[in-house]
Design a protein around this ligand. Structure first.
Ligand SMILES: [Zn+2]
Length: 588
């Protein structure tokens, strides 16, 4: 692994970076609007009310002024899709048709990427086997009939890659062995279950299977519905290094274009509900994976739509789910409405009985989520003194559960307190200390390694005009940089040839918390017109010269005082003479 290897790697990374379009890559998951030279949107990495997530196309950089996340197209892929660097590189290379000569990455990155790749491959193979089984297997006759009875045409069976796991303990275990997929990998992927006495058996048996696809198009897990009687009725893959239920939504991959296009996202509970809606022409729909909605789910949706429609059952379980969802949607600033289905209906039975138009009519009547919750509570308890106090205690249970999220909690309490005509403190669980009152939006936490204001100005300029670095160094740049991060950036700038690619290249050389300061500089530093640029450069060089004289004088004064203390008269005389020279230089 000599420097030739490193050079290769650097070249490949650079080629992929130049080919990739950061606005396109991020714009797929975040709604971006133009704001001057930048694009802005709501941050996919933290909850916020007003957009502070900024993408700058000419520098191929993004930065969030709310939480400080920032970087280049690779960091975005790694943060958003939770990929290792090697995976992000491979994915972008594939997408933008850049040939990868060989595997690129450190040994650790490669090991991590290989392990995840093996899990994807096992899932992908299983999906193919199950799909083939559903289409052609003799044992799948019942499953095919079941899907036909539920009105799912062949076209949708292949679009969603539906499958069937036959009623056998070793159908997949045997098939994967033939495919040379290690049982340990299949077990980690959740496809097989290890027996206590050694050996493995299939997790999914006698089930219609829905592959769950990540936003990068890979199979990360399965949801399975039992065919006939048996328990549990629904079974999902367990979580794995590639499958996080709290972040994944079934159907988002297949339906994302429809959601983005309509700016609305319907949320149903079951996979079959989702499929049925799609079959009937309503394609902007997702389903969580057997878990309650989470803030990351809502934040992900927010990147694709302006409004969510929750299709809940009208019973008390639906009300509880709606109550729990209120703070999530308030916190993520995504408008949500509740669609109440007539009694004894779920989305699947409803659309089969009333069709697309019937459901669209229900959507039109949908109530906003907080209104829905309030009205339901008011109906249940009344708005007398007694009723209000019952409502308060129900709502308090929710605020307590979200007490660690200031923004959600305060918005939630504020909203309902107003409706009840009570002070918000009443809903904040009896904790009336002022601490809970104003909701600060996450601010970047204090970074000890921050740049000084002068360093910000100097480096902001040098990032865009690296050709000026020689003049700046000659004027004493090194002396004027006092922060650790400043020194780090300076070394990186010195190591980068002035004409190398764009200023964002420097992002590759800075790691850790400094990356955030750097991405911020990259999105904020203006482009200087040539004449302004020269003027600015001269101004900065002049300041650097003056500052380095000032620093030298400070050092001399300290040395003079030390010489005086130690009664070293010869040194003292010499230093005082130097100071006199320096004073003349500063004065003149
Ligand atoms: Zn953020």
């Amino acid at each position: 692994m000599g420097s030739a290897y490193r050079q290769d790697r650097q070249d490949t990374v650079q080629r992929v970076k130049e080919a990739a379009d950061i606005v396109e890559v991020i714009g797929e998951h975040v709604s971006l609007k133009r704001a001057g030279v930048n694009l802005k949107g709501l941050c996919p990495f933290h909850s916020e009310k007003t957009p502070s997530f900024t993408v700058r196309a000419d520098r191929q950089t993004y930065h969030c002024f709310g939480c400080g996340e920032g970087g280049d197209v690779f960091s975005f892929m790694m943060q958003y899709h939770r990929m290792a660097f090697a995976e992000a590189l491979k994915e972008l290379a594939r997408r933008y048709n850049v040939p990868l000569p060989e595997e690129v990455g450190t040994r650790e990155e490669l090991a991590k990427a290989r392990q995840r790749e093996a899990l994807y491959a096992a899932n992908d193979k299983a999906a193919a086997l199950y799909h083939d089984q559903l289409l052609h297997g003799r044992e799948a006759e019942g499953a095919r009939r079941y899907l036909a009875e539920r009105g799912i045409p062949a076209e949708y069976i292949s679009r969603f890659r539906l499958g069937y796991a036959p009623e056998q303990w070793d159908f997949l275990a045997k098939a994967l062995t033939r495919e040379k997929i290690a049982p340990a990998i299949a077990t980690e992927a959740g496809l097989l279950v290890a027996k206590d006495n050694g050996g493995h058996y299939d997790r999914f048996r006698q089930r219609v299977l829905f592959p769950i696809i990540s936003l990068t198009g890979r199979v990360v897990g399965f949801g399975g519905r039992i065919l006939g009687e048996g328990a549990p009725k629904y079974l999902n893959s367990p979580e794995s290094p590639i499958f996080d239920k709290g972040r994944t939504l079934f159907g988002l991959y297949q339906n994302r274009e429809a959601i983005r296009h309509s700016r609305k996202c319907l949320v149903v509970e079951g996979n079959f509900d989702l499929l049925s809606l799609v079959v009937h022409g309503i394609e902007n729909v997702v389903a969580p994976l057997g878990t309650a909605l989470t803030a990351p789910h809502v934040r992900t949706m927010r990147g694709y739509c302006d409004e969510a429609y929750l299709l809940f059952d009208g019973d008390s379980a639906g009300l509880k789910a709606a109550m729990r969802a209120v703070p999530l949607f308030l916190g993520e600033q995504l408008a949500a409405k509740v669609v109440v289905l007539p009694e004894k209906h779920d989305p699947d039975t409803f659309i089969r009985a009333h069709g697309k138009d019937g459901l669209l009519a229900l959507l039109n009547e949908a109530k906003s989520l907080p209104e829905f919750v309030f009205d339901a509570l008011a109906r249940q308890h009344g708005l007398g003194v007694e009723g209000k106090s019952r409502i308060v205690s129900e709502l308090r249970a929710i605020t307590t559960a979200i007490s660690d999220r200031d923004l959600q909690r305060t918005l939630f309490a504020g909203h309902f307190a107003k409706k009840l005509g009570l002070p918000p403190d009443v809903l904040l669980g009896g904790d009336t200390t002022p601490k809970a009152a104003p909701a600060p939006i996450a601010k970047p936490t204090g970074q000890p390694r921050n740049l000084t204001p002068n360093e910000e100005k100097l480096f902001g300029f040098l990032l865009v005009h690296p050709e000026c670095i020689a003049d700046f160094l000659a004027a004493g740049l090194e002396e004027s940089v006092s922060s650790d991060l400043g020194q780090e950036i300076l070394q990186a700038l010195k190591a980068t040839p002035a004409n190398a690619a764009g200023p964002e290249r420097i992002l590759d050389l800075i790691h850790g918390p400094g990356k955030s300061s750097l991405s911020r500089l990259l999105v904020t530093t203006p482009v200087y017109a040539d004449e302004v640029k020269n003027e600015a450069a001269q101004e900065m060089v002049a300041w650097l010269k003056k500052n380095s004289l000032k620093l030298r004088k400070e050092r001399l004064l300290r040395d003079i005082s030390a010489a005086h203390q130690s009664q070293d008269e010869a040194l003292w005389v010499r230093l005082v003479a130097q100071k006199k020279e320096l004073d003349e230089a500063i004065g003149g």
